[in-house]
Each structure stands twice: as C-alpha cells, then as structure tokens.
Design a protein around this ligand. Structure first.
Ligand SMILES: Cc1cc2nc3c(=O)[nH]c(=O)nc-3n(C[C@H](O)[C@H](O)[C@H](O)COP(=O)(O)OP(=O)(O)OC[C@H]3O[C@@H](n4cnc5c(N)ncnc54)[C@H](O)[C@@H]3O)c2cc1C
Length: 239
C-alpha cells in the first residue's frame, strides 16, 4: 500500500495496534529499520494445537524474512509448507522507574511480522541465502571463508516468510506518572539500556600471519550492536 510516498503494510484485525494505538506504525521504513538493527527474533507457530515460540537468528531481503537451522529441527520441519507464523523482534531502550508500581515500564521498539513460512527448496537459492546469512552480518565475509561442504549445506534448512502484515510498536515516553504523584517524595528515574560490543577476542589458534580483516571494522569495542548491524545491513543490501 502506498500513499504520500509512504509504503506501508496492509492493516487489518490481525496487525492493527489496538492497545495504545498511537504507538503503532505500519510503514516499511519504520518496520524495516527495526528489523535491520537486530539479529535475534522469536518465531511463533502452532503444531497440533500446541503454541511454540522459538528464538533464532533471522535476516531480511525486501519484504522477505529468512531464518535457518538444522534440517532435523522440529521448528524447521514443521514450518516448510506455508504454515502461518509470527516473527517478533524487540529492543529495550530504557527501564522506567516511576512513582508507583502501575507506571513502572520500559521504553521499547518492537515488530510483529505475520506470514506463511516456507522451505527454500531450490538448491541455488538456498546456497545464496546461506551466503547472505553470514554476509548480512559480516559484509563480504563469505569470500574469505572455506567453502561450505555439500554435507554442511544438506544439514541446514532455510525458511523464508514473505511479510503479509506487520506492525511496529514504539514506546519512547520515559516516566509517565500520574500528575498528582509528581508531588510525592519518591525517587524515580529512567535507565537507558544499550547492548554494546565488547573487545574482540581473536581466536588463540590463529595462524601468525592472519590479521583481522578491515571489513570487520564496523564491529568495534564500545559500539552499540544495533549500529553495527544496521551498517552491515546497508553494506550488504545497498539500495
Ligand atoms: C519489552 C516490552 C515489554 C512489554 N511489557 C508489557 C507489559 O508488561 N504488559 C503489557 O500489557 N504489555 C507490555 N508490552 C506491550 C505488549 O507487547 C503488547 O503491545 C500489549 O500487551 C498489548 O497486547 P495486545 O495483544 O492486547 O495488543 P493489541 O493492540 O490487541 O494487538 C493487536 C496487534 O497489534 C500489534 N502489536 C501489539 N503489540 C505489539 C508490539 N509490542 N509490537 C509490535 N506490534 C504489536 C500486533 O500486530 C497485534 O497483533 C511490552 C512490550 C515490549 C516490547
């Protein structure tokens, strides 16, 4: 759906944010930016009436999401033929300590994406997707690696899901106490939360001549992980 040059996912009863709807967004720019600044998602699906929610890595190409795993994985075996799935991604931006328990909260950005999960069955497409799984995180890294063996590729399944509907929900308000509570002698604060990279630890078994490639410069000590991920995404999928 396109209007005023803003492309959005269609909205219906499944993905319309009802609770605190002013925090909701459906435009590609907001949703894709959140998806590209993360690598961990939770995939929800139902097998024989039992709900499951599996944490896993994912990556995006346009409106298509990919995730992968062992060919023997129950999740992947059961999500291969168009089963409905919901993939969520969450960033916590701050802890909010208010003047009463009810108003304690967190600032966050999250996405819920809905679609049908399918196996990537074409061999060439599967191999391309597996290259992008690495290169999306670490641009141009596959070219520096030993080639994957036939057995390694066979042992891996790749699932894709075209996003049919999606929503973002974003809380930025920090402390939101009841007006009368600001007069109470109670300490309150907002604690920002960041996932920051630590100092890289080279493998102790590196051969002496092997140095860290400059393509990893985006992953440096003290940098927020989401900045590194977003930058790597842009390098891997330039417009
Ligand atoms: C880190 C974090 C902590 C939270 N803590 C709480 C909590 O303690 N208590 C609480 O009630 N809620 C909390 N929320 C909000 C929670 O995710 C739901 O938005 C809320 O519970 C309303 O759920 P609902 O199904 O009634 O929403 P509805 O508005 O009925 O959901 C309808 C549709 O809106 C969209 N939607 C709803 N929530 C989200 C979301 N978070 N992200 C993207 N799309 C969404 C989906 O498409 C969903 O199908 C938290 C969210 C985050 C990210």
């Amino acid at each position: 759906m396109t209007g005023d040059n803003i492309t959005t996912y269609p909205v219906d009863t499944v993905n319309r944010v009802k609770r605190l709807h002013d925090r909701g967004a459906y435009d590609h720019a907001t949703i894709h930016a959140l998806l590209d600044a993360a690598m961990l998602c939770h995939v929800s699906y139902v097998i024989d009436g039992q709900p499951y929610c599996t944490p896993t890595l994912y990556w995006r190409e346009g409106s298509r999401l990919y995730w992968h795993g062992s060919s023997a994985s129950r999740m992947l075996r059961n999500l291969s033929g168009g089963e409905p799935a919901c993939l969520t991604v969450t960033q916590i931006d701050s802890l909010v300590l208010a003047r009463c328990g009810f108003n304690h909260s967190v600032d966050y950005r999250s996405v819920m994406a809905f679609g049908q999960a399918r196996l990537v069955s074409d061999q060439a497409e599967k191999e391309r997707a597996l290259v992008m799984m690495v290169d999306r995180l670490f641009p141009e890294r596959t070219a520096l690696l030993r080639q994957s063996s036939h057995q390694e590729i066979k042992a891996t399944a790749v699932i894709f899901m075209d996003i049919e509907r999606a929503s973002a929900k974003i809380r930025t308000k920090g402390i939101g106490d009841n007006e009368e509570d600001y007069r109470l002698p109670i300490y309150a604060e907002r604690i920002p939360v960041n996932t920051v990279l630590g100092k890289p630890e080279p493998c102790p078994r590196l051969l002496p001549a092997v140095k860290r490639p400059p393509t990893l410069d985006g992953y440096r000590e003290g940098r927020p992980l989401e900045d590194s991920l977003a930058e790597a995404y842009r390098a891997s999928y330039p417009d």
